[in-house]
Design a protein around this ligand. Structure first.
Ligand code: F3S
Length: 396
């Protein structure tokens, strides 16, 4: 792989140990994937923040990197395993909290923004069309590649951190035009209308697409709201390994599918089956929305649904601290908190240790959350935002 003089310097340790280690990671990855060179990145999103996933070995790695490593480009962080300030109110155990705060302290010393959100594009990290970036968090990666038209592979925690400390990533995969080509055409006749319809469609199509690139035709553009595309992105990336999709009339890269690409149809029956398949039996004892983290518009809707009502079940509204701040300013926070529902900033129902907190059945509007919560041994009920609010305030 060709390296510039500056990159060779980093590799030989001219900028310290953490930077050298980072270059070693990037060069090794580049060799594995056949990259000819590295490319400068404009931003990084680091995943691998929850202590639940990192463990003590992860803390040790971060501590070492923080000895002399510093971020060289804008770098934001994925959700942690708890709300960083209000963790006691969410019922997080003190020993878990202590470990989680150690993780955050290391990232702070590395110069990362302690944003703790999987929707960095709603909290000040919004790449432009054509930007090369190095993002972890599969739901944000697919949103950035598809909806924003930026270019990133699905980075793991160490490779994203390495990109942050060097400002580079290997040039392969979704950074190259030839890999941003549709592999599966999806002719949609189901008329998905709500974000939960888009989520269920994404979950079904993700299975069919595997790690390919689906190209959707026939979706009514006005239905493809930011919230719908956020849910679709997360679902495609969780049931499959999809890192990019195209949607005619919606996404910015307009190239059509290649001649002879495999095609499938997605009709009303497929949509109904996809929605049904996301739910188990059971009476929810926990309701959570915001996977990926809520937009301000979703918070506004929840506030309207909960105004002058009381929740009867634990109800978490997961969002970034930035969206929560805007919610405070707009007056939505009060209506939500007066109902007994809780904001869960910096975290979510999947990366927080909720399975150890006694909950058994979770109601959510996220297909991605259904996927991961089931894997963690919980039962799930999939429903839209409005029904989540009804469920949370139902007597009994
Ligand atoms: Fe985000 Fe947690 Fe879902 S990190 S995409 S809210 S699983």
């Amino acid at each position: 792989m060709r390296l510039t003089a500056e990159e060779k310097g980093m590799l030989s340790g001219s900028r310290g140990r953490a930077c050298r280690k980072s270059m070693e990671i990037l060069v090794a990855l580049g060799k594995i994937y056949g990259a000819r060179r590295l490319v400068p990145v404009t931003s990084v999103q680091v995943s691998g923040v929850s202590y639940k996933n990192l463990g003590d070995a992860g803390i040790e790695f971060l501590r070492e990197m923080a000895e002399d490593g510093r971020a060289r480009v804008k770098t934001t962080l994925n959700p942690a395993g708890m709300d960083l300030t209000d963790w006691r109110r969410l019922g997080i155990a003190p020993d878990f909290a202590a470990k989680q705060l150690e993780v955050i302290d290391a990232y702070r010393r590395l110069g990362l923004e302690i944003s703790c959100t999987c929707t960095p594009y709603l909290a000040g990290n919004e790449p432009r069309l054509g930007d090369h970036i190095a993002w972890g968090e599969s739901s944000a990666v697919i949103y950035a590649n598809s909806v924003l038209g930026a270019r990133t592979n699905r980075e793991g925690g160490p490779s994203a951190l390495a990109a942050s400390l060097t400002g580079r990533t290997p040039l392969y995969g979704y950074h190259l035009d030839e890999n941003r080509v549709a592999t599966l055409v999806v002719d949609v006749t189901a008329a998905p209308a709500s974000p939960e319809d888009f989520a269920a469609m994404g979950y079904a199509v993700g299975r069919a697409a595997g790690s390919g690139l689906p190209h959707f035709r026939g979706v009514e553009g006005r239905r493809a709201s930011l919230e719908a595309l956020k849910e679709l992105s997360a679902a495609l990336a969780s049931s499959g390994g999809v890192a990019m999709f195209r949607m005619e009339g919606v996404t910015p890269e307009t190239e059509g599918p290649p001649e002879g690409a495999e095609a499938i149809s997605f009709g009303r029956r497929d949509l109904a089956e996809a929605i049904d398949g996301l739910s188990d039996e059971g009476d929810p004892d926990f309701v959570s929305v915001g996977c990926p983290h809520c937009s301000l518009e979703e918070v506004r809707t929840i506030a309207a649904l909960l105004r002058e009502r009381r929740v009867t079940r634990e109800f978490w509204v997961c969002c970034s601290r930035e969206v929560k701040r805007r919610s405070d300013d707009a007056g939505y926070t009060r209506a939500i908190e007066e109902s007994g529902a809780k904001f869960a900033c910096d975290t979510c129902m999947v990366v927080a240790p909720i399975e150890t907190m006694g909950f058994r059945v979770v109601a959510t509007n996220s297909a991605k959350a259904c996927h991961y919560l089931r894997n963690a041994g919980l039962r799930v009920r999939f429903m839209g935002l409005e029904r989540c609010a009804v469920e949370a305030t139902r007597p009994g």
